[in-house]
Design a protein around this ligand. Structure first.
Ligand SMILES: C[S@@+](CC[C@H](N)C(=O)[O-])C[C@H]1O[C@@H](n2cnc3c(N)ncnc32)[C@H](O)[C@@H]1O
Length: 360
């Protein structure tokens, strides 16, 4: 095993003042370890990591040399993943999470459903709970045209925990990325309602009042006063179901329209939509999008927490962790990838975020 960075003994993690006890094992933080993750994970202390976030090599998809993914049989590949997964469960704290992104593959024109075979085996073999199957929607999948099937453009990220006490910060999830898009979408929806008002059988006075009310609702969304709204226009939309007497149905009847305002937090859906990324000069062909990794780190950790990726590849998890002020440990079998990741991480400046509500 080659260490590509200095081994750090982090005393804040391993305080042991009893001189009769053996000295605690040094715990390598902010380090990239080059070697087989099945061996290296075993050398790490138990209950020391807050988040394992990783993407193991796909089955027979890319040749990373002698690593996992080259097994002759699918069952042996799943078994190899499970042996790493088991060690990940050992090294996380009771409040921690393990997120595995596993890719699928076609054989004889049929999907093998590898991610789900792995997830089911993990649930059957270990005391874990699957909190979510978060779907990564690729905005720009490889443009290929098949005659008899559609282009695969999603991948699952399985979020596992070992106890009810897992730490969780949904308020930090998908904040910045989707808000401007959402507002744009709202403006488009607003425009459509304006068209519907014009096309309706409302009187000119009712149309004028409906346009004014719609303008107010659109600006309330843009200013963040309300999360969303729906408009119902008489003759254009169905009557609200189960409406109370004197409620929305009365408004529809009397004014010709009604606006339903939605307050509070946006729905946090189990979907992350980002583009597939490629890094200039990178040997690696399957890199995580940094935006996606950033969202998961913010959802599941606080600044100062420890994030581990046992299949680090080009180093994206470590890069995102460092930018967010988290500690990182990365492992990869391939020395060239380790060196590349080391270089990437070294060029990253630590950034603090005023928006990070988990900051201590
Ligand atoms: C899908 S890639 C990970 C890509 C990474 N998420 C990124 O953003 O670049 C899988 C990585 O696992 C590494 N690998 C394969 N078998 C391994 C093993 N037994 N131990 C450690 N790393 C291994 C490969 O070298 C490869 O870089």
């Amino acid at each position: 095993m080659v260490r590509t960075d200095a081994e750090v003994s982090d005393t804040s993690q391993n305080t042991n003042h009893d001189t009769t006890q053996p000295a605690p094992k040094p715990f390598p933080l902010d380090t990239i370890l080059c070697g087989d993750s099945r061996d290296i994970l075993r050398s790490l202390p138990a209950a020391a990591v807050d988040l394992v976030l990783t993407s193991p090599p796909y089955f027979h998809q890319r040749d990373y040399g002698r690593g996992i993914g080259n097994e002759a049989k699918l069952n042996d590949y799943i078994a190899a993943l499970l042996s790493v997964f088991q060690e990940c469960l050992r090294v996380i704290k009771p409040t921690g999470s393990v997120v595995f992104n596993v890719g699928d593959k076609y054989a004889h024109q049929s999907l093998l459903l590898i991610p789900y075979r792995f997830a089911i085996a993990a649930l059957e073999q270990f005391q874990v709970r699957l909190v979510n199957n978060i779907t990564w929607v690729k905005r720009n999948p490889t443009p290929r045209h098949f005659q008899r099937r559609l282009v695969s453009s999603t991948e699952p990220f399985f979020h596992f925990v070992v106890s009810d006490a897992y730490q969780y910060f949904p308020q930090n999830f998908l904040q910045r990325e989707t808000r401007p898009e959402q507002r744009q979408q709202k403006r488009r929806v607003g425009r459509r309602y304006f068209q519907l008002i014009e096309a309706s059988t409302l009187t000119p006075e009712q149309k004028a009042r409906a346009r004014a009310a719609l303008e107010v609702a659109v600006s309330e969304v843009e200013e963040g006063v309300i999360r969303d709204f729906r408009m119902k226009i008489r003759g254009m939309h169905s009557v609200p179901f189960g409406g109370r007497e004197g409620g929305r149905n009365l408004h529809l009847e009397r004014d010709g329209f009604t606006i339903i305002r939605m307050h509070g937090e946006r729905l946090k859906r189990d979907v992350i939509e980002t583009a597939v990324e490629s890094l200039r000069g990178c040997l690696h062909r399957a890199v995580f999008p940094e935006a996606l990794v950033t969202e998961l780190i913010q959802l599941l950790t606080r600044p100062g927490d420890v994030v581990l990726d046992p299949f680090l590849g080009s180093g994206t998890t470590a890069v995102a962790a460092k930018k967010l002020g988290r500690r990182y440990i990365g492992i990869d079998l391939n020395p060239d990838y380790c060196a590349y990741a080391q270089q990437r991480v070294a060029s990253v400046m630590y950034q603090t975020s005023f928006l990070d509500v988990t900051a201590p």
